[in-house]
Ligand binder design. Structure first.
Ligand code: FAD
Length: 395
């Protein structure tokens, strides 16, 4: 299999981390990305311990640690500042054997791109995939807007959730599903320390939610969300007013964060996901990352699962001498149930967080206060570690 040529379509987290994992196993791999430079849409992410394991295996965890926060807790709080329960992230880390790291998206992408460059992986920017077709030998041919065509032993579609050409080719349709809520995301930075502790704060209202994830005492990324049955407009000039209208009377930190975040650091997203699908490949083309399994951000796991894909794919290709298609089937069998569970769990949480009925939300908050979060941590650790050789002995 080492002589197999592999081309990856899409240079996001899934595409580049897979390229790195494959290169480390000795495969000949390159990447085709439509943008002129690395993309860093979204504000930040938490690399939970399952992602940290993969980042360590790919030789990036030390760099990640240098620019990340290490959150100790996730506090759930009502919009009038009543504590609703707290999840001990240090216990989660202990159970899973790796740390959790909050990081800006641009920093994570910079580290991944630098690692790809260090390994000599060629990233062809300004290559927008426009179509995929089988040739007479049943090899998928990728065609780009700039006129270039490529053929490889294996093609990996890592072209994201919204317009994946790989998913359209494999599933014969690609209809991301709008899940009825908007997220505004942003990065807040200030001169004076604001965050005494690196702890995630997740504020719950009625049909509204605001999450703050510190990276250091002076820097955090955040997401404000609201239920919205229809997809509407996106006018960056209005984002702050829209947010302040919703969150002006929430705990002081929130209007402050909105007011002090530069408007060009705010993005507005009408949030979509995909139904889980059982078929992830056709011929020599496999889809991975959000193209194959895009969960809502309420999962906190989209990027983490993209990283897991990279690790599993490289291992399976290295271990198996069968034809690519057999390996791709094995990969799907290995990854489908875990990612489907994450998609469905994220929908359930979103339906609860963005419920607009007062009574429902009061009962939800009460249930959260009564939750045994130490048991919840064990459940999360078991679920997120599944399929990976990680556990408490490693940490
Ligand atoms: C608001 C929001 C918050 C989130 N927060 C978190 C979080 O806290 N933790 C977490 O783990 N995940 C989070 N996620 C999810 C996470 O961002 C994604 O799951 C992750 O980025 C998936 O990586 P990917 O490489 O599959 O897709 P993408 O990051 O979308 O990358 C796809 C790449 O393919 C390129 N591409 C697309 N089409 C083409 C084409 N035709 N030709 C060539 N290139 C193409 C794109 O330019 C892009 O570079 C969040 C998502 C959203 C929307």
């Amino acid at each position: 299999m080492k002589n197999t040529t592999i081309s990856i379509l899409g240079g996001g987290i899934a595409g580049l981390s897979s390229a790195i994992a494959l290169k480390l196993k000795g495969f000949d791999v390159d990447v085709y990305e439509r943008e002129k430079q690395p993309t860093d849409i979204g504000a930040g992410i938490v690399c939970w311990p399952n992602a940290s394991f993969v980042l360590s295996e790919l030789g990036m965890l030390e760099q990640i640690r240098k620019v990340s926060g290490e959150p100790v807790r996730m506090d759930r709080i009502s919009d009038d500042e009543e504590p609703l329960g707290s999840l001990d992230i240090r216990e989660l880390n202990k159970q899973m054997g790796y740390g959790s790291y909050s990081i800006l998206r641009r920093d994570l992408m910079n580290i991944i791109v630098a690692r790809a460059n260090e390994l000599g992986i060629e990233i062809h920017y300004s290559h927008e995939l426009t179509s995929l077709n089988f040739d007479s030998d049943k090899y998928a041919l990728a065609e780009f807007k700039n006129g270039k065509n490529i053929k490889a032993d294996a093609l990996i579609g890592a072209d994201g959730r919204m317009n994946s050409i790989a998913r359209t080719f494999i599933c014969e349709n690609n209809q991301p599903i709008y899940q009825g809520f908007i997220n505004w995301v942003g990065v807040f930075e200030c001169n004076q320390p604001v965050f005494e502790e690196i702890a995630v704060s997740d504020y719950w209202g009625t049909g509204e939610r605001f999450g703050v994830v510190p990276i250091s005492a002076t820097r955090a990324y955040w997401a404000g969300g609201v239920a919205a049955p229809e997809i509407g407009e996106r006018n960056p000039g209005d984002y702050k007013d829209e947010l302040l209208k919703l969150f002006r009377d929430w705990p002081n930190l929130i209007p402050r964060i909105i007011t002090e975040t530069p408007v060009d650091k705010i993005n507005k997203i009408y949030v979509h996901d995909h139904d889980p699908t059982e078929t992830w490949h056709k011929g020599n083309l496999l889809m991975i990352g959000d193209a194959a399994h895009a969960p809502l951000p309420t999962s906190g796991q989209g990027a983490c699962q993209a990283l897991e894909d990279a690790w599993h794919l490289a291992n399976l290709l290295e271990q198996n001498s069968e034809v690519t298609e057999v390996v791709f089937r094995k990969f799907t069998e290995l990854r489908q149930a875990k990612t489907a569970g994450i998609i469905l769990g994220a929908r359930q949480l979103a339906a609860s967080l963005f419920n607009t009925e007062q009574d429902y939300c009061s009962q939800r908050n009460q249930r959260s206060k009564e939750t045994d979060y130490s048991t919840a941590v064990l459940g999360m650790a078991r679920g997120w570690a599944s399929g990976l050789p990680i556990g408490p002995q490693v940490y």
